[in-house]
Design a protein. Structure first.
Lengths: 126, 214
């Protein structure tokens, strides 16, 4: 099971989406949440802070979610952080690509709070 | 007369005409005619290009406007979505406080009102159930607002497509219109440079328009 005190990093270029995910996570009981607006600013935070879980979008300027997971999985210090991709990309090939790069689970937008909870539970039960 | 002797006769006639100066006279006349036709063609093409200039000019000026209008849609829906999120957050906070109040009220009723507290408890339970149902609806409302992200991403793609078409038209205009090779190459390379900001490209667009239309 996931720890409600864990530090969660939300990465999305749309501020509305970050707020929506943050609110849902808060309603699920998580309160230690920080945000980044793209992959490269997420990396800066990851190198500075101890992050326990990442919820990231795919399409973002500067560094995409896919490039972010590639960097994370090749970094000794960061590679074990659970990574949930939340994206509008719903094609099978894209889901496969993300899974091959090492994402732990995948949510297609728009999604419900129940789906987010279910995916988080699944990631942390493994 | 056979074919061979006919050709020889023709050659002899041409040689005679050259020697007497008639050939140059004829050639000059032909050349003059060709040049006249060429000048007329250039004049007609120039006139036709004037007609083309106007749509290209207005189209090139319309592209940034279209991009701006699309960006405005994203900005306005983003602002409206933030407002709805703020209000929803406030109601969720109130709803959490209400949950706490109802819990305390239930405790108070159990401890202090010994008689006939069944009905009061049932009322509190009903309010609690409505509160739980409202919380679920509010979270559903929040997730429904993710439409702004989805439409925003689609509009972003359209903006990039519009900018791409604009760049391609400008590249064509510069490639076929500018005589100065160095200037032409500089402008095309600047137009194709993805690192250039939109504002910087707009300066370039204005330079091109000035070069061609003013």
């Amino acid at each position: 099971m996931s720890n409600l005190k864990m530090k969660i990093l939300i990465v999305d270029d749309f501020s509305t989406m970050r707020r929506i995910i943050k609110n849902i996570l808060k309603q699920l009981g998580y309160s230690n949440i920080i945000e980044a607006d793209d992959g490269s600013s997420a990396l800066t935070l990851l190198k500075k802070d101890k992050i326990d879980f990442i919820v990231s979008d795919w399409n973002m300027p500067k560094m995409s979610g896919l490039d972010l997971i590639k960097v994370i999985r090749s970094d000794e210090k960061l590679k074990s952080i659970p990574f949930l991709m939340v994206t509008a990309e719903a094609q099978k090939e894209q889901v496969m690509k993300a899974l091959q790069e090492g994402v732990d689970n995948y949510i297609v937008k728009p999604f419900t709070a129940e789906i987010l909870k279910e995916k988080i539970d699944k990631i942390f039960s493994n | 007369m056979n074919k061979k002797s006919y050709s020889v006769k023709k050659l002899a006639d041409v040689a005679k005409a050259i020697s007497e100066g008639d050939f140059y006279k004829e050639a000059n006349l032909k050349l003059k005619g060709e040049l006249k036709r060429l000048a007329k063609y250039i004049e007609e093409t120039r006139k036709k290009l004037q007609y083309i200039d106007s749509p290209i000019k207005s189209t090139t000026k319309s592209f940034p406007e279209a991009s701006m209008q699309l960006s405005d849609i994203t900005r306005q829906t983003e602002e409206a979505t933030h407002k709805v999120i703020s209000l929803t957050e406030k109601i969720l906070d109130d709803q959490s406080r209400l949950t706490e109040i109802l819990k305390n009220l239930k405790k108070f009723v159990s401890n202090n009102i010994k008689k006939e507290n069944k009905e009061i408890k049932s009322i509190i339970n009903n309010i609690q159930n409505i509160n739980i149902s409202n919380k679920k609806d509010l979270i559903d409302l929040l997730t429904a607002l993710s439409f702004q992200d989805l439409t925003g991403q689609k509009i972003k793609k359209i903006i990039s497509l519009v900018q791409d078409v604009e760049t391609k038209i400008l590249v064509l205009l510069v490639s076929f219109g500018l005589v100065d090779k160095k200037k032409r190459e500089e402008m095309v390379s600047e137009l194709k440079d993805p690192s250039k900001s939109i504002d910087l490209k707009q300066d370039l667009v204005d330079d091109i328009l000035a070069e061609f239309f003013e």
